[in-house]
Ligand binder design. Structure first.
Ligand code: KG4
Ligand code: ZN
Length: 357
């Protein structure tokens, strides 16, 4: 089965044609053509975050171009369905993709499969070398992005329960905001990560101290706004960012990343103990973070050697259309024709479900 997927939930416009097959132990996926992707990050940088109407306009402009790129060298491929991200995401951005996909499905007389963005992050992170096979249930997913931070438990395929989530900012949002305070460009995650890595390898043993909010709370929720505010106060007390040396800025980046790592280790320990999950997977833009990946891998090896850890390939941690195609294929090939209800946590409490087919 071949699915053409469209993703426009935030500031990336993506299209991809993916072929999927059910096997005895799961699914295999093969990407046909290019996974075309256009990032608007540079355009939004000036606003220090994603500006919704600019995102919509850019998606509308780029969708036909991205679609053409995605379908290059795929002549002769019979497409079976179109999948589109229906949420969660920024409403104006989502609508650009939905309208486009609806028109395309009508024109090509193909079914339209509305797909959950978070399910895309989770499912695609379980795929290794094109295979999503022998996945042991229950799966514990830690989804970390600019809009979400949640622990999701999948006890049965395609049934999700959000068992913990942020009480305020998403972790990617915290990375972006702290980066902004430190005078670093948007998106801030990779920038903080670079500075922290440099400081860490230079033997900097963080001279600054930041809090680890909610780390001892006996639940799976997390909170990042206190951490962000602590950086703000630290800068204010120092007399502003311009009074700090490059080394001091790097020390803050390092301590911030360490704090995020400590929080996720502690909550993941609790989550694994409470759920008896057999597989642990991370997904979303922040799952590209080298330090978090390394720490979580080491932690699992040390404390939960029987839990299999699946790490997403770096090409699919950020928003993309391949993940939407894979989630749609996995559902369609399993004969499920409804949309994932969970994990659906909107960041702008919107969003409209497509009219029934
Ligand atoms: O999943 P994603 O591409 O978009 C959303 O659905 O939000 O995630 C984007 C987020 C941004 O906040 C970005 O700063 C963060 O992922 N990010 C990182 C890294 N790469 C991207 N955060 C920490 N370390 C990174 N290496
Ligand atoms: Zn995302």
């Amino acid at each position: 089965m071949k699915i053409l997927a469209i993703e426009t939930s935030c500031d990336e416009t993506g299209a991809a044609l993916v072929e999927g097959q059910k096997t005895e132990t799961g699914f295999i996926f093969k990407q046909l053509g290019n996974a075309a992707l256009n990032s608007q990050a540079k355009l939004h940088a000036e606003y220090g975050g994603v500006y919704p109407n600019l995102a919509r306009r850019e998606h509308e402009k780029n969708l036909p171009i991205i679609l053409e790129q995605a379908l290059q060298q795929t002549e002769g491929s019979e497409i079976d369905a179109i999948a589109v991200t229906q949420g969660p995401g920024l409403e104006p951005a989502l609508w650009a993709g939905i309208m486009f996909a609806e028109a395309l499905a009508k024109e090509k007389n193909l079914p339209l499969i509305p797909t959950n963005h978070m399910e895309g992050h989770l499912v695609s992170s379980l795929v290794q070398d094109g295979k999503m096979e022998n996945v042991q249930l229950p799966v514990l997913g830690l989804l970390i992005s600019g809009g979400h931070t949640e622990y999701v438990l999948m006890k049965n395929w395609f049934e999700y329960e959000v068992i913990g989530e942020t009480q305020d900012d998403a972790v990617g949002e915290a990375f972006d905001k702290v980066a902004r305070m430190l005078g670093l460009p948007y998106p801030g995650g990779p920038e903080i990560s670079k500075l922290a890595e440099h400081a860490r390898s230079g033997g900097e043993n963080s001279s600054v101290k930041l809090p680890r909010p909610m780390i001892h709370d006996k639940n799976l929720n997390v909170s990042f706004s206190g951490l962000k505010t602590a950086v703000l106060y630290m800068l204010r007390d120092a007399g502003g960012i311009h009074t700090l040396s490059a080394g001091q800025v790097a020390a803050i980046a390092l301590e911030f990343e360490n704090a995020v790592g400590d929080i996720f280790i502690s909550k993941t320990r609790r989550a694994l103990e409470e759920t008896d999950a057999k597989t642990f997977v991370i997904g979303g833009g922040v799952a590209a973070n080298k330090y978090l990946r390394a720490r979580l891998v080491k932690f699992l090896e040390d404390e939960f050697p029987n839990v299999e850890m699946r790490l997403p390939e770096l090409s699919i941690t950020g928003d993309n259309a391949v993940m939407i195609a894979e989630a749609a294929l996995a559902r369609a090939l399993s004969g499920i024709d409804d949309v994932a209800k969970e994990p659906v946590r909107a960041y702008s409490n919107r969003f409209s479900i497509l009219p029934p087919k």
